[in-house]
Design a protein around this ligand. Structure first.
Ligand code: G3H
Ligand code: 13P
Ligand code: ZN
Length: 306
């Protein structure tokens, strides 16, 4: 089976992006794998620091190893999402993750360079790839919180990559974490992305906060007792453009999977108040995530890539 390094190159060369999907339990992971199987897509399964603590390393590795066995034809890569410290990244490297993200985006440029470099040296010595981040995404997630976007500076991006030797770079061009990304028109700064690419030709870039927040989930959650009014994500046409016309090789989605899961549960529980069998609604959630991931992979031009 080809490794992550191969697929990173292949995706930039052939203008598709690999979906990086966060999971926190077996149902999410299974839905992701099922979706990857339909679309025949190399896929990254991502664990945030919060998810790492929630599952604990034994459960998460057990789930991942199980997925590798049950979906042996699918290249599935395990990735640490938003590692905030050297120690956290080291732990993931020692556990043989395929790649780790060191997120020093909230630090000063110099501090980010130093921290990233340290992680790169350790990870590369153990054959693990490193994603770094430059620029700040608006929004809140575990350990990461910001009120406004600070777009990636294209000149600084070149200096950052040269000094740290990171393998891939997450850039801030207007996406943000969570379900409320835009109050007005959804816009991404493709001009900044093009400038970054001029300075870093063929360098693999990453988009975080790229959920599209399908309105069918927003409506379902609101209809069945939830409240996510006004939730809005990144237009899928913008994501399709980012992978087909730019060097975006990895697109992160967590919120969409959460919404697929929760909307299914809410509907089922409301309509079946007597059900106490978890498998009934969890099976529906797996199916919903499967369809979502397959659709996303099509949007990312990641079909029949194995
Ligand atoms: O940005 C990544 C994920 O959405 C992180 O979510 O930290 O709540 O697991 P979490
Ligand atoms: P979303 O909140 O848009 O799904 O972003 C997820 C993400 O960037 C994970 O790192
Ligand atoms: Zn992120």
């Amino acid at each position: 089976m080809k490794g992550l390094k191969y697929y990173i190159k292949d995706s930039v060369k052939n203008h598709y992006a690999i979906g990086a999907y966060n999971f926190v339990n077996m149902e999410m992971l299974k839905g992701i794998c099922e979706g990857a199987k339909i679309a025949k897509s190399p896929t990254i399964v991502a664990v945030s620091e919060g998810a790492f603590k929630y599952m604990d390393e034994n459960f998460l590795l057990g789930l991942y190893k199980g997925a590798l066995k049950s979906y042996s034809g699918i290249p599935l890569f395990l990735h640490l999402d938003h590692g905030k410290s050297f120690e956290m990244c080291k732990k993931a490297v020692d556990l043989k993750f395929n790649s780790v993200m060191i997120d020093g985006s909230s630090l000063s440029f110099e501090e980010n360079v130093l921290l990233t470099k340290k992680v790169v040296e350790y990870a590369h010595a153990h054959g693990v790839l490193v994603e770094a981040e430059l620029g700040v995404l608006k929004g809140v997630e575990d350990n990461v919180s910001a009120l406004t976007n600070v777009y990636t500076d294209p000149l600084k991006a070149k200096e950052f990559v040269e000094r740290t030797n990171c393998d891939t770079l997450a850039v801030a061009i207007g996406t943000s974490h969570g379900a409320y990304k835009f109050s007005g028109e959804a816009k991404l700064r493709f001009d900044i992305l093009s400038e970054i690419e001029k300075n870093l030709p063929s360098f693999p870039l990453v988009l975080h906060g790229a959920s599209s927040v399908p309105q069918k989930y927003v409506e379902k959650i609101n209809k069945f007792g939830g409240n996510v009014k006004g939730a809005k994500g990144v237009d899928e046409r913008l994501l399709a453009k980012a992978c087909r016309e730019h060097n975006v090789y990895k697109i992160n989605s967590d919120t969409d999977l959460r919404m697929a899961y929760i909307s299914t549960l809410r509907e089922h529980l409301k309509e079946n108040p007597d059900n106490i069998d978890l498998r009934k609604f969890n099976s529906l959630a797996i199916e919903e995530i499967k369809q979502l991931v397959a659709e996303k992979n099509r949007c990312f031009n990641n079909i029949d890539r194995i």
